[in-house]
Design a protein around this ligand. Structure first.
Ligand SMILES: Cc1cc2nc3c(=O)[nH]c(=O)nc-3n(C[C@H](O)[C@H](O)[C@H](O)COP(=O)(O)O)c2cc1C
Length: 256
């Protein structure tokens, strides 16, 4: 959770000095932009320097603390927390900002039982109070041209008109390449799913990725719309276990 940083007297005085003092030839909006970017840059450095260390540590803490949880307490996940998990997914990066994902939250016990049967009988799929079916939305790739346009209009990209037209044309062709669409679709959803897992850790919730399941069966059970394919399931709930870290290969072995 982001906390407002506490400023020391010296830091506050520096900010005031920059706002009120002479700033060369800058005036009006230019000066305001300068002051805002100065404060943001300083704040980042101060946070990193220990002013409010927990803010800069929290992502890594969640990364370290996350475990695959396969035992859950019974109580349901409150709706606002579930929304927060989906919000974490919504903010994930995606290729050309396609946001090619859809999520279905399943809490109903009967459906969870059926999903357990479709997931090789993995009991915790039924026991977890919620299961998120994380899906690739292949329909989103047909929208690529529009997404490029949105990026340009938002100011995130400033290519020439010729470049935009070429990018949209190339994009359309590329989107017909099934391998690219599938790989990008899987990458996009995977990032969003891990956002969910890390945010869940921050909220004291446990999760587990599930890929061992009958995808056609789940597709049918959940009556997923055309073009939407389930990639993985993610169980969510309050952990009833606190497993130690699972083994990882040492850092030097992953460097090539
Ligand atoms: C793509 C993927 C598929 C997985 N599928 C399953 C699964 O079907 N059942 C299961 O119990 N765990 C599954 N897991 C969890 C892994 O077993 C787990 O991440 C790994 O053993 C490391 O443990 P940790 O997550 O606690 O660090 C899956 C993880 C990933 C990333």
């Amino acid at each position: 959770m982001l906390k407002a940083p506490k400023l020391s007297f010296r830091q506050a005085a520096t900010i005031v000095q920059y706002i009120t003092g002479p700033a060369g030839s800058m005036a009006g909006p230019e000066r305001i932009r300068f002051v805002i970017s100065f404060i943001m840059e300083r704040q980042t450095k101060w946070l990193g320097a220990g002013l409010n260390r927990e803010v800069v540590m929290e992502v890594f803490e969640a990364i370290e603390k996350r475990r695959s949880i396969r035992k859950y307490r019974g109580e349901p996940v409150p709706e606002d927390l579930m929304n927060r998990l989906l919000e974490a997914a919504r903010l994930a990066p995606s290729s050309s900002n396609t946001q090619s994902w859809k999520f279905k939250v399943i809490t109903d016990l009967e459906t969870r039982k059926k999903m357990k049967d479709l997931a090789l009988g993995q009991k915790f799929v039924e026991e977890a109070p919620a299961v998120i079916a994380c899906c690739v939305d292949f329909n989103a790739f047909g929208e690529r041209g529009k997404e490029v346009l949105k990026l340009v209009l938002s100011g995130a990209a400033r290519p020439s008109l010729g470049m935009i037209l070429r990018a949209v044309r190339r994009g359309k062709d590329r989107d017909k390449d099934p391998e690219r669409v599938v790989v990008n679709g899987v990458i996009n959803v995977s990032i969003a799913v891990e956002h969910i897992a890390l945010e869940a850790t921050e909220l004291g919730l446990g999760t587990c990725w599930i890929r061992a399941f009958d995808a056609d069966g789940v597709q049918e059970l959940l009556a997923l719309p055309d073009g939407v394919s389930v990639l993985c399931l993610m169980t969510v709930g309050y952990p009833a276990q606190d497993p130690p870290p699972r083994p990882r290969v040492p850092l030097e072995e992953i460097r090539i």
